[in-house]
Design a protein around this ligand. Structure first.
Ligand SMILES: [Zn+2]
Length: 479
C-alpha cells in the first residue's frame, strides 16, 4: 500500500503560499511553486513538526538525517520538470503498526477482530504537483487547463511492505492510518477532498509460493470502500487469468465505479527512470533526538491505547470502546461526561446512542455540538435520580441538542418536572386508597402483587409527574 497524506500546514512546503482548496485557479502561487528559474525553496518548519507527529503515530523511526532529492519527470502539472521528494534517505523508516482487522460477511459485518502487525517501510516528505483541469471550462475538448494552487502542498508518502493478504486488511489499514493522522492533527486525511490518496499494488500467487508474481497498481481510488472493492475485483481477475494461462501484465489500472470493475490506465512496461539526485538548493535535514522527544511529549494518547484504557478502567466492551475512539473529540466528550456522572457505562450508552443519533441526523460534528458534555452529564444524573424517566430524557436531549439549553430549562419548559413534594403526593395516595377499598383489603389480606396497581394509579392521577421513589415510600407506609 502507498498512501499520500497531505500534511495540515497553513502554507506550502517550500514557499509561503497558502494551502487552501477552492481558491481562484493559480492564485496561490509564487516563483518557487511555479518553478521559475532561479527561485529558491525554503523548507517550512511546520512540515517537520507535522511529519514527526505522523511518523511517531505510525510507529516509524525518525531518521537523524534525511535528504531531499529531485525526481525528474515531465508532466504539464509539474512545470519545473521535477518534483522535490526524498529517495534513499527518507524522513522516517522501519515502522511497525499494529492494526485491528476482520474479514466481513456478505453484509459487510465484521466477523472477528484480530490484531495484525504491518511493516511500514518508510514515510518520506515531498511536494505535491498541480492539477490538470478537464471540466467546467470553455473548450475542454480542445484544451487542458493547469491549476498550480496545489503545487508545493506538503505530502507524507507512507509505503508498506507487501504484508496484506486480503482486501479487508488493506481497508482496515487505510482507515487506521486515516484516523491516527487526524487524531494527532498531522492531516485532515479526507479522501473525498483528496488530501489522503491511496494506491494498492495487487498480485496473487498460489499457496506455498514465495516469490511475487507481476503486480498491478490501482490508482484513483476515491474512497476506502472503492479501494476494497477494486482489490477484490483484481484478486478475482488475476486468479482467473492465471488459471486460464493468460499473462497478467504489470500495469496501472483505475477503478470504474459505474461498472464495478478495474480498467487499464497505462502499461508499465517501460518503467520511468526518474534520475533522482540530491536537491542542490536544500541542505540535508537534520533532526535532533531532543526535537523528536519534544514532539513525542506533546502527542495525545493514541486511539488504541485509549481504547484499551476505556476497557480496563471504565469496564466498557470492546465494541463500545472502539466506537468511542473512532474520533478524538467523541472520545474526549465521553470521558468528560463519564467523569461527571461517575457512571461510565451509562454515559457510553447515551453518547453512542441518543447523542450519536443527533450527530448523524444533524450532520454536526462533536465540536459543533451545542449540547456540552457537562450538560449531558447533568441530564444523565437527572434520569438516575428518578426525577424524569428515560423516555422523557430522550425528548429532553433532542431539545437540548437543537437549542443548547440546559436540562433543567428544557425539563421545566416541557412540564416534565416531577412532583417530589410528599404533601402533594400523600394527598393523591389518600384519594387512590379511598377509591379502591376492595383492592386495599385484598392487599392487606396478602395479595402483595397489587402494590404495582396502586403505584400505577398514583402515577396516573399525577399525570406521570410524581417522583416514583416518593410514591413507593408513601404507599408502603399508608397501606
Ligand atoms: Zn509558492
Amino acid at each position: 500500500m502507498e498512501i499520500h497524506a497531505q500534511l495540515a500546514t497553513a502554507t506550502k512546503i517550500f514557499c509561503s503560499c497558502a494551502v487552501e482548496t477552492g481558491g481562484e485557479p493559480n492564485s496561490n502561487t509564487c516563483p518557487v511553486c511555479l518553478g521559475l528559474p532561479g527561485a529558491l525553496p525554503v523548507l517550512n518548519r511546520r512540515v517537520i513538526d507535522l511529519g514527526a507527529r505522523a511518523a511517531l503515530a505510525l510507529g516509524l523511526e525518525i531518521q537523524e538525517t534525511s535528504i531531499f532529492a529531485r525526481k525528474n519527470y515531465f508532466y504539464p502539472d509539474l512545470p519545473k520538470g521535477y518534483q522535490i521528494s526524498q529517495y534513499d534517505k527518507p524522513f522516517s523508516a522501519n515502522g511497525q503498526l499494529t492494526i485491528l482487522t476482520a474479514e466481513r460477511d456478505d453484509h459487510g459485518h465484521a466477523l472477528e477482530w484480530k490484531p495484525m502487525t504491518i511493516q511500514i517501510t518508510r514515510m518520506h516528505l515531498e511536494e505535491d504537483a498541480g492539477k490538470n483541469v478537464h471540466e467546467g471550462l470553455p473548450d475542454v475538448d480542445k484544451y487542458s487547463y493547469i491549476d498550480l494552487n496545489r503545487a508545493g502542498t506538503p505530502l507524507g508518502e507512507i509505503v508498506t511492505e507487501p504484508d496484506f493478504r486480503t482486501s479487508w486488511q488493506a481497508y482496515d489499514y487505510v482507515n487506521h492510518v486515516r484516523r491516527v493522522l487526524q487524531w494527532v492533527g498531522a492531516s485532515d486525511a479526507d479522501m473525498e477532498k483528496g488530501n489522503l490518496r491511496c494506491e494498492a499494488n495487487v498480485s496473487v500467487r498460489k499457496v506455498g509460493e514465495t516469490t511475487f508474481n507481476n503486480k498491478i497498481e490501482l490508482k484513483n481510488l476515491n474512497s476506502v470502500r472503492f479501494m476494497q472493492k477494486a482489490i477484490e475485483f483484481e484478486i478475482d481477475r488475476q486468479i482467473t487469468a492465471h488459471e486460464a494461462g493468460e499473462p497478467v501484465n504489470q500495469e496501472t489500472r483505475l477503478w470504474d465505479e459505474k461498472n464495478n470493475r478495474t480498467r487499464v490506465m497505462r502499461s508499465k512496461e517501460d518503467a520511468h527512470d526518474y534520475r533522482y539526485f540530491p536537491e542542490p538548493d536544500l541542505q540535508p535535514l537534520v533532526v535532533t533526538a531532543e526535537f523528536v522527544e519534544s514532539v513525542r511529549s506533546q502527542m495525545p494518547e493514541l486511539p488504541d491505547t485509549m481504547r484499551e484504557r476505556f476497557i480496563a478502567v471504565y469496564g466498557l466492551g470492546f465494541s463500545d470502546a472502539s466506537q468511542l475512539v473512532s474520533d478524538i473529540d467523541l472520545a474526549e466528550y465521553f470521558e468528560k461526561t463519564a467523569r461527571i456522572t461517575a457512571n461510565p457505562k451509562l454515559s457510553a450508552n447515551w453518547v453512542l446512542g441518543e447523542l450519536t443519533r443527533e450527530f448523524n441526523n444533524s450532520g454536526k460534528s462533536v465540536c459543533e455540538s451545542l449540547l456540552t458534555a457537562e450538560d449531558l452529564a447533568e441530564l444523565i444524573n437527572t434520569v438516575e435520580s428518578g426525577s424524569i424517566n428515560n423516555n422523557q430524557a430522550k425528548e429532553v436531549l433532542v431539545e437540548m441538542f437543537a437549542t443548547g439549553k440546559t436540562a433543567p430549562e428544557v425539563i421545566k419548559e416541557k412540564g416534565f418536572e416531577q412532583v417530589s413534594d410528599s404533601g402533594a403526593i400523600e394527598k393523591i395516595v389518600d384519594e387512590v386508597i379511598a377509591a379502591n377499598q376492595a383492592n386495599v383489603d385484598a392487599y392487606r389480606g396478602g395479595n402483595e402483587k397489587l402494590f404495582g396497581f396502586f403505584v400505577g394509579q398514583v402515577m396516573k392521577a399525577s399525570q406521570g409527574k410524581a417522583n416514583p421513589k416518593v410514591v413507593n415510600d408513601i404507599l408502603k407506609e399508608k397501606l
